[in-house]
Design a protein around this ligand. Structure first.
Ligand code: GLU
Length: 451
């Protein structure tokens, strides 16, 4: 792992003290700081005006109570969050996560990452993130609707198309965005389509938004392989997760001729040696809202299922590994197994899924490794395209939208590669993404003065 420049150490110490007990936030900040030594050596002005310290401190953090009534008429209380991290480049932009693990540190790490990710897209969007410790698993439609309405009853006063534009993340998809948009519209008496993205097509959503994160990650991998004169044809891939990001990544990988042999959910992972049947994965996860273990029960021969805790999806040999589930899902030991089994490319579809030890192992072994803030930026980029369509009261075709997404991802890849080279670390996409994202935000912040 790279060391932190000594000029940056006191800043990191302050971040750690000020945000005690938030390990994921520290992890995200450390990863960026490890890249910034080379920037401040070249551009000492970025150490002025408390700029790096300011970039690590969210502009605003909102924590609120979310009361709701379950189907048994019992009152339930959850905690809601919105961290408005940085608005130097545009209105705060980033998803909302509903998951029992959500706390302020997790939302802060996500908001921090989002700031640089959004900058890499070159779209006019700042960074933010929100969520709740609400667990949608096993909840009825009615319960989810009442929860979303209560969540928005507080959130609505903090957001707006020029202020803060939330979207989905883990546990928040089209259904939840619909309920939240409905409540926002009712509370404000405004049809303000640009206040949320990831909307349904019938009320202002963008074509290709559901596909965007997964497709975008695979477009990024395509560029990485391209740069080495390689393609997907005949390569074996493993994709963790089975949600929105994972399923569309699998679809694109299959389209390019890769064989995707495994995917997972929190209950374990399934392997299909003949290549996953994506329609079945979707039927189980989207229509039945069921468990991935059912795949093996239905398909039988040639497939197997390993329960969570009894093994790891990263034990499955592959050349392309896409962690698309959640933070810190791939550790140093699992990285070593992947490397031993001949992995060639790792690209993060989720936010911070690889631990620092895993990243270091991939980089030491010369595995092509793409960090989430670059490789999964396709989702938020397409959200920005949705905002564009809403602002012009227009609606683009699927092809037009995917073409734009493809251009954006290719451009992010090229900028990261170029920046890494310029700063003396060719092939280091972590360094390239961190520096390119940071410089964009930092230059805007300098221009805006001390605010
Ligand atoms: N939650 C997604 C992300 O991590 C999308 C955010 C958005 O579309 O605003 O980038």
């Amino acid at each position: 792992m790279a060391r932190i420049d000594e000029k940056l150490e006191p800043i990191l110490e302050t971040v750690k003290q000020r945000n005690a007990g938030e390990p994921e936030f520290h992890q995200a900040v450390i990863e960026v700081m490890e890249s910034l030594g080379r920037v401040v050596a070249k551009h000492p002005q970025f150490l002025d005006e408390g700029l790096i310290e300011r970039i690590c401190e969210p502009e605003r953090q909102i924590i609120f109570r979310v009361p709701w009534v379950d189907d048994q008429n019992r009152v339930r209380i959850n905690r809601g969050f919105r961290v408005q991290f940085n608005s130097a480049l545009g209105p705060y932009k980033g998803g909302i996560r509903f998951h029992p693990s959500v706390n302020v540190g997790i939302i802060k790490f996500l908001g921090f990452e989002q700031t640089f990710k959004n900058a890499l897209t070159t779209m006019p969007i700042g960074g933010g993130k929100g969520g709740s410790d609400f667990d949608p698993k096993g909840r009825s439609d009615g319960e989810v609707m009442r929860f979303c309405q209560s969540f928005m009853t507080e959130l609505y006063r903090h957001i707006g198309e020029y202020t803060d534009v939330p979207a989905g993340d883990i546990g928040v998809g089209g259904r939840e965005i619909g309920y939240m948009f409905g409540q926002y519209k009712r509370l404000t008496n405004r049809y303000e389509a640009g206040v949320l993205t990831g909307k349904g097509l019938s009320y202002g959503g963008s074509r290709a938004r559901p596909e965007a994160t997964g497709y975008g990650t695979v477009f990024f991998v395509r560029s990485m392989l391209d740069a080495c004169g390689e393609g997907f044809e005949g390569k074996t891939a493993v994709v963790s997760g089975s949600g929105n990001v994972a399923t569309f990544a699998i679809q694109k990988l299959q389209h390019y001729g890769a064989k995707v042999v495994a995917c997972s959910d929190s209950g374990g992972y399934v392997v299909d040696e003949n290549g996953l049947d994506l329609d079945l994965v979707r039927e189980i996860k989207e229509n039945r809202r069921g468990r991935i273990s059912e795949y093996h029960r239905i398909k039988g021969t040639g497939t197997y299922f390993i329960e969570a805790g009894k093994g790891s999806i990263w034990d499955v040999p592959c050349e392309i590994a896409l962690p698309c589930a959640t933070q810190n899902e791939l550790n140093g030991k699992q990285a070593a197994t992947l490397i031993r089994n001949g992995v060639r490319v790792v690209a993060e579809g989720a936010n911070m899924p690889c631990t620092p030890e895993a990243i270091a192992a991939f980089q030491r072994a010369d595995v092509l490794y793409a960090p989430g803030k670059a490789a999964n930026a396709g989702g938020v980029a397409t959200s920005a395209l949705e905002m564009q369509q809403n602002a012009s009261r227009d609606s683009w075709t699927f092809e037009q939208t995917v073409d734009r997404l493809d251009d954006i991802m290719t451009n992010i890849h090229d900028v990261c590669a170029r920046t890494a080279e310029e700063y003396g670390a060719p092939g280091d996409y972590v360094l390239g993404a961190n520096i390119a994202g940071f410089v964009r935000v930092a230059e805007a912040m300098r221009a805006l003065g001390v605010i």
